[in-house]
Every structure is written in C-alpha cells, then in structure tokens.
Design a protein around this ligand. Structure first.
Ligand SMILES: Cc1cc2nc3c(=O)[nH]c(=O)nc-3n(C[C@H](O)[C@H](O)[C@H](O)COP(=O)(O)OP(=O)(O)OC[C@H]3O[C@@H](n4cnc5c(N)ncnc54)[C@H](O)[C@@H]3O)c2cc1C
Length: 376
C-alpha cells in the first residue's frame, strides 16, 4: 500500500485528500492529512467580520469533520521535508514516510517586516479582522487608508473589495461624508488583474475612493499616523488598514524547497514541484503567477487528486491544470462581480450586478458543504 501525505488542511489540502479518497480504492493508498492546529478557516469571511456581519466562530471548523472517514488526520506541525528520503519530520520527533507528497501549506503573514506595522489594522487573519471590527465601531470620521504591503498576496481583489464594502458600511452608518477613503497600490494600477483595472478604477471614482499607485510601504509611524513609501511619498491616516507582506510556509523554506519568497517552483500544468516527480503543490504555496485564491486551490486540488489516483493504478496522469479561476467580489450595495479566467484567457470586464453579489453570498453559505469535501 502506498502512502500519500498531504501537508496542510486548508482549501487545497482538503480537496486533494477527499477527491483522492473518492477516486481511489482503500487498498490503493493510505491518505494522511497533516495540519498544525487541526482547524480549517474560511478566510473570505474575514471581510464580513470587519463589518460586524459575521460571527467569527462560524468561520472555523475542525478539519477532521471535513475529511472522509478513510483519510487519517494528524494534528502536528511539519518541520522539515526530506525529499531524498521521502520523509516528513513532524514536531516532537515523529516521522511520516510518503510515496506521494502534496504540499498545501498556504501563505504566511509577516507584519514584522514593515517597521511600525503595530500602528495598522488588517483583515488577513481572524484576530486581525476582529481587531479591525472593534476599531471601525469606534471610528466616527477621518482618513481611512487601505494599503497593500507587498506582492504577491492572497486574494488580489480583497483590498479593493474592502474599500467598496467600507464605502457601504460608512454610508449605512450615516457618516460617509465624514470619511475620506484612500487606496494605496504598490503596482502601476489600482487592480492587480490588468484587464479589470479600468472597471475598478471607474467604480472607485463613483464611490469617491482616492487612489495612489506605485506606493510600496516602507514604514509606518504610529505616533504621527503617517505611512511612508519606498518611492518617497507620505500619506497621513486616522485609521490604517495594511495588508501584511506574505511568504511561503516555514517548512518549505527550512526544507530548501522554496524560492526567495518561500514559494515552491511548480510546473503550472502538472502541478509537480520542479525537479520532483513525487511532490505535488497546490494553492498559495506554488510560485505560479496567478491569483493566490481558494478557487485556485480548489481547481488545482481536483487535478492533483485525479493524477495521483491514476498513478496509483499505474496509469498516466489524465489531467493538466489550465489555470482556471472563478471568483466573486462584493462591491457593496448588494452588487458584485464574477471573474473567470485561465492561463490563456484573461478575465473580461464583467457587469456589476445583484446576481453576482448573490453568487458570492451563496458560496459563503455553501462553502462547508461543498468545497473542502470536494463535492463540486
Ligand atoms: C480576507 C481574505 C479574503 C479572501 N477571499 C477569497 C475569495 O473571495 N475567493 C477566493 O477564492 N479566495 C479568497 N481568499 C484566499 C484564500 O482564502 C486562500 O488563497 C486559500 O485559503 C489558499 O488555500 P491553501 O490550501 O493554499 O492554504 P490555506 O487554506 O491557507 O491552508 C493552509 C493550511 O496549512 C497549514 N499549515 C501551514 N504550515 C504548516 C506546517 N508546517 N505543518 C502543518 N500544517 C501547516 C495551516 O494551518 C493551514 O490550515 C481570501 C483570503 C483572505 C485573507
């Protein structure tokens, strides 16, 4: 019997494990998911926590409850991968041998890389979102600055989505005229997906969100409430929301499998780690230059599950990942957009409408039932 070890019980790891359990017979392989705290977190819900519309406790579930019964679950931190020995070393000295390894360890946040980050709030973790919610509840007017602290970062549309939702939130509270919304982008445009930039720029204009491009955060001064850029600009704030810099997971870096950012060089079609015929990579952990998103991890996970199932039977891998991503963004006032794209086809500017907003709400509601369980 062959051993398949999946590192990380987030979106990508859960989809691979459950899809493979469906596509293979019990006797073909033993599937083991390793997750450091055994909790699965639905991160798109963080935005709604900040607005006081989402109970934080409902965004977290025990990973065990999301996995098929035949999948083993180990709650432990993976500390090192020995690709030569085909072994994963866990905290406490335990080892797991594998025939196939799937790395789905996501991204790690690094607020400490920005001097003065303690002067900012963010919504990229559950604790951060609760802190921002509390700060917003007490906020009655002034400059609210949303700044992206480095690329790549997960869910590229989320900062722009946050600006739109804050426009809605302050309008509902009747204080929109007392709030200046400012958006600082490190890129040469407002929105990371180039073909949608004109649409988002127009939406920001209508919502009176002031934008600055080529603003790469150098430091924050919490005393004078100023954020400075590498390009030499200074912006004042009353409330700062900054997206922390990201890297790949420590286990990837400590095992020498990552690039300078800790992202794993990955073949964009087979999803094999470059130079390794038995290590697959899904989700944020790859270095593939497409959106780091749950939708990406989901589609990649299905491909990897199919391919490992085929190889266990001695067949050739049947699937290639084509870069497919589909996701919804909430633009406030019960309107949204849907984006669909792949390696060959960039997203076409979509209509802003209620149907796409309802699509987003439906995914938020059905996520637990459908996605991690690999039912779609
Ligand atoms: C505010 C916000 C909004 C978002 N909105 C959307 C959206 O609308 N649509 C969308 O598609 N995506 C969205 N995303 C992005 C999405 O949540 C991530 O891209 C997705 O979760 C990545 O999946 P993953 O499986 O790669 O990693 P994750 O889901 O982050 O899972 C990684 C897992 O690995 C575990 N792990 C890490 N290191 C170790 C280790 N050493 N040992 C053991 N376990 C380890 C972690 O505990 C974690 O459980 C959003 C993200 C944020 C923050």
């Amino acid at each position: 019997m062959q051993n398949v070890v999946v590192l990380g019980g987030g979106v990508g790891g859960s989809v691979v494990a459950n899809h493979l359990a469906k596509k293979s017979r019990r006797g073909d392989c033993k599937i083991t998911v390793v997750d450091e705290d055994g909790k699965h977190v639905y991160q798109p819900g963080f935005l709604y926590v900040t607005l006081g519309k989402q109970n934080p406790a409902k965004l977290m579930r025990d990973e065990r409850t999301l996995l098929k019964r035949r999948v083993d679950m180990v709650t432990s931190r993976a500390e090192r991968i020995d690709a030569g020995e085909r072994t994963v070393h866990l905290a406490g000295g335990k080892k797991l041998d594998y025939d196939y390894l799937v790395i789905a360890t996501g991204s790690t946040l690094h607020p400490e890389q920005v001097p003065g980050f303690e002067g900012a709030h963010h919504f990229y973790s559950l604790e951060g979102s609760i802190g921002l919610r509390n700060a917003l509840m007490k906020f009655n007017g002034g400059d609210v600055v949303i700044a992206v602290g480095g690329v790549p970062y997960k869910c590229p549309p989320a900062p722009a989505e946050s600006a739109c939702l804050l426009d809605y939130y302050f309008t509902k509270r009747g204080i929109r005229d007392k709030v200046n919304l400012k958006f600082l982008s490190p890129l040469g445009r407002v929105f990371p997906l180039e073909s949608l930039d004109p649409l988002v720029t127009e939406v920001f204009k209508q919502k009176n969100v002031e934008t600055t491009i080529f603003f790469n955060i150098e430091s924050i001064d919490p005393k004078s409430k100023k954020v400075e850029s590498l390009e030499g600009e200074t912006v004042s704030y009353d409330l700062l929301i900054a997206i922390p810099p990201h890297s790949g997971a420590d286990v990837v870096i400590d095992s020498g499998l990552g690039d300078r950012g800790g992202w794993i060089p990955t073949d964009r079609h087979s999803l094999l780690a470059k130079g390794h015929g038995d290590i697959y990579v899904v989700g944020d952990a790859t270095d593939i230059p497409i959106s780091k998103a749950g939708a990406t991890a989901h589609y990649e996970g299905l491909v990897v599950g199919d391919n490992i199932a085929a190889r266990l039977k001695g067949q050739s891998p049947p699937d290639n990942y084509d870069g497919k991503v589909t996701c919804f963004c909430d633009a406030g006032f019960h309107k949204g957009i849907m984006m669909t794209f792949d390696y060959e086809n960039p997203p076409v500017p979509p209509p802003l409408n209620r149907r796409h907003y309802l699509g987003k709400m439906m995914i938020n509601r059905l996520y637990w039932m459908l996605i991690p369980k690999a039912r779609v």
